[in-house]
Design a protein around this ligand. Structure first.
Ligand code: DGJ
Length: 694
């Protein structure tokens, strides 16, 4: 590095700093981590970060730039794979051109023959950096891979922690040690996916939920992405996130990545969780009416499936309202001739066999019960047995002989006539009926990875939202197959999983809490006999797990006995009384000493109150519960704790556990350093403890 010609830039947001430099090539992030002192000498920092050289290397270490490429001597994974329109591999050598900086925003421009590479970095008020790459070309080119700005991960980091999953088993966190070489994950299903959700955390040794240093990235794209974490032979580590490779299928002159959201924490994984949760709630999601409380949700899918009948649904709606529901969602089965999943997707007109007078009678009944009304769609899909497919077989995405998924094909959302048709069809229903909620489903893996498909869907969502600004939208993809900040910029809720098994949900919600706030995380009380696991779980467990997030019911409420009704009504009432602060609270995961316990604290933003949920997911190994250490409290403050469901304490609990007999008052220090002792619990119990700062 030629120190005198180098330029340096610095960006800060709450708790983290980013320092970049260029000595002539594409700028490089030399520091990404916890906040540096304001007076830090950037030139000295950059000079101090410069590595030595040894044998078997080039005579200068190629910089780990925001977009490292072979043309700039880079020998690791390239940040750009580029071809001319006729397929010839291009190896541009970029030179830095200019920087544009204003409060909280930095744009760094580099150029090569006919190419302009722009890196945009913004420091957001929510405490995250948002980074994006744009490539412009004078002549059409093909982009096989373009990374969002590359950030370095320190060589001291120990593990890569990222979520994996499957249908009815989302957000299973897995940990991989850094070793020389690459760890690559790629979502090639056309969705951000259950398999490889677009999130990654990089933990320093000893990092836990409640302590330690960690960096995290989230790629805000619903169309399938690629993630590469590489440790080079020289020890440096780079992370790349971009659209899935090859998903830009056409030659073009302008390509852009999605937003890469970056966060740093020195307070463990919870520091990241709180930043990401707040960022989604406060910045990413646009709420039609932010002041409107999150309504208690009812969804009829697991109650009646395709068997729609006004009488039955009105009866269920009345029961839902009596228990406390405030929104009623009519799921799949209301349109075309949809009696099962083999037909009618695309025919978005009300099935007059099931609904001879249209949806108005049901909507009126729902409104009379004081609830809002929502409707299910799967707009991007088409059944071969549909009028739409018969009229437009040319509108499908991928080859005609592709393997079907859930018996259905996918519409090519890049085609304007397809988007216009869907806009008109959905808009007509939203205008005809008093609908203020859409459950937007997406139930198959796509036949091709295609960024234009995702752009088309986002454009349709944006157009519908502009035309119907009061309508909220839920992102569902066979449960949690499309959960990312890209889709959440147009939606207000995600259907986290098709699993309504409360024990599974407890784990899935715990994993998802690293990324998602309660306000967008749909969680329903399912049927007594769980439809995806066959398990029979108590109403208290089912209700308390749903009440951890955006609460709803999804079952035939006619199955409830009086005791179940009473428990569900009570928990729903409690949730409604607390939702205003609870839906904005930080979900902090606890490091339970007992691995059979999944516990979390929902801490009000002002710190004045919290709810502790301790879930006994399995039988414990030891005879008695281990003390549960709380987190995030003020050490010197005193807190009053009340166990809300002492009735769930089993008969085998014979001791003098203080919480059983009344409130417990302790300092934050005692609660965090010694912990709280909960009663013995049967597997399948959640204890809910309210805490108030005195
Ligand atoms: C999959 C969803 O995840 C379910 O909740 C339900 O809406 C079905 N699709 C309907 O087909």
């Amino acid at each position: 590095m030629t120190g005198n010609t180098a330029q340096h830039w610095r960006l800060d947001c709450a708790g983290q700093s980013l320092v970049l430099t260029s000595s002539g090539g594409v700028p490089e992030a030399v520091y990404w981590g916890p906040a540096l002192p304001q007076e830090e000498d950037l030139a000295a920092l950059v000079a101090a970060s410069c590595s030595d050289l040894t044998g078997g290397m080039l005579d200068a270490l190629p910089p780990l730039s925001l977009c490292p490429v072979q043309g700039n001597d880079w020998q690791g994974q390239p940040g750009l794979v580029l071809r001319s329109a006729d397929g010839e591999l291009l190896q541009p050598r970029f030179a830095f051109r200019e920087a544009r900086q204003c409060a909280g925003r930095l744009e760094l421009v580099s150029t090569a023959a006919g190419l302009t590479l722009t890196h945009v970095i913004e420091a957001k008020e929510t405490g995250v950096f948002v980074l994006r790459t744009r490539l412009e070309s004078l002549a059409p080119v093909r982009v096989d891979w373009l990374t969002a700005p590359v950030l370095p991960v320190p060589q001291s980091a120990e593990q890569i922690l990222d979520p994996a999953g499957k249908w009815i088993g989302e957000f299973r966190m897995q940990s991989t040690p850094w070793t020389t070489g690459i760890r690559q994950r790629e979502a090639r299903t056309g969705r951000s996916g259950q398999e490889h959700p677009p999130y990654a955390l990089f933990t320093e040794p000893g990092c836990r939920n409640t302590s330690g240093e960690v960096r995290a990235l989230h790629y805000a794209w619903p169309g399938g992405h690629r993630f590469v974490a590489e440790e080079l032979y020289d020890g440096r580590r780079q992370v790349q996130f971009g659209h899935a490779s090859g998903s830009e299928r056409e030659a073009g002159t302008c390509f852009e990545t999605a937003d890469l959201i970056a966060a740093v924490s020195t307070s463990g994984l919870n520091g990241i969780a709180a930043l990401f949760q707040r960022d989604i709630h406060d910045r990413v999601v646009t709420w039609p009416d932010p002041a409107r409380p999150r309504p208690v949700h009812y969804n009829c899918w697991e109650a009646i499936y395709f068997d729609h009948e006004l009488g039955a649904l009105t009866e269920i709606a009345a029961k839902a309202a009596a228990i406390g529901a405030e929104r009623f969602v009519l799921d799949d089965g209301w349109f075309g001739r949809r009696d099962d999943d083999t037909t009618s997707l695309g025919d978005w007109t009300v099935d007059r066999r099931k609904w001879p007078d249209g949806l108005t009678p049901l909507i009126e009944a729902v409104h009379k019960l004081g609830m809002r009304f929502g409707l299910w769609f799967e707009p991007e899909m088409v059944s071969e047995d549909s009028d739409l497919y018969r009229a437009h077989p040319d509108w499908i995405l991928g080859p005609a002989d592709q393997t079907r998924g859930r018996n259905q094909l996918v519409l090519n959302m890049a085609l304007e006539p397809v988007r216009d048709h869907l806009f008109d069809a959905i808009s007509a229903l939203l205008s005809t009926y008093a609908i203020d909620y859409i459950k937007w489903d997406h139930n198959r893996l796509l036949p091709v990875v295609d960024a234009a498909q995702a752009r088309g869907t986002l454009a349709l969502l944006a157009r519908l939202r502009a035309a119907h600004p009061q309508v909220e939208i839920e992102s569902c993809a066979s449960g949690g197959g499309r959960i990312d900040a890209g889709i959440l910029a147009h939606t207000q809720r995600v259907w986290l999983s098709d699993s309504n098994d409360a024990l599974e949900r407890l784990r899935i919600q715990h994993g998802a809490a690293l990324f998602l706030p309660a306000s967008v995380t749909g969680s329903h009380v399912g049927p007594r006999h769980c439809h995806t696991s066959g398990r029979v779980l108590s109403m208290s467990l089912r209700a308390r797990v749903a009440a951890q997030r955006h609460m709803g019911f999804e079952m035939d409420l006619r199955e409830l006995d009086p005791e179940e009704t009473a428990v569900l009504t009570a928990v729903t009432g409690w949730w409604k009384a607390n939702r205003d602060w609870l839906m904005q609270a930080d979900i902090l995961r606890l490091d339970a000493a007992d691995p059979s316990v999944t516990a979390e604290l929902q801490l009000a933003r002002d710190g004045s109150r919290f709810v502790l949920s301790s879930g006994q997911a399995a039988a414990p190994a030891q005879a008695l519960p281990r003390p549960l250490k709380l987190t995030g409290l003020e050490p010197a403050a005193r807190y009053r704790l009340v166990l809300l469901n002492p009735e769930d304490v089993p008969p085998q609990s014979r001791g003098a556990c203080a919480l059983k007999s009344g409130p417990v008052t302790l300092s934050g220090a005692a609660l965090m350093q010694q912990g709280i002792m909960l009663p013995v619990a049967w597997p399948g119990t959640v204890f809910t403890v309210e805490g108030t700062r005195l």
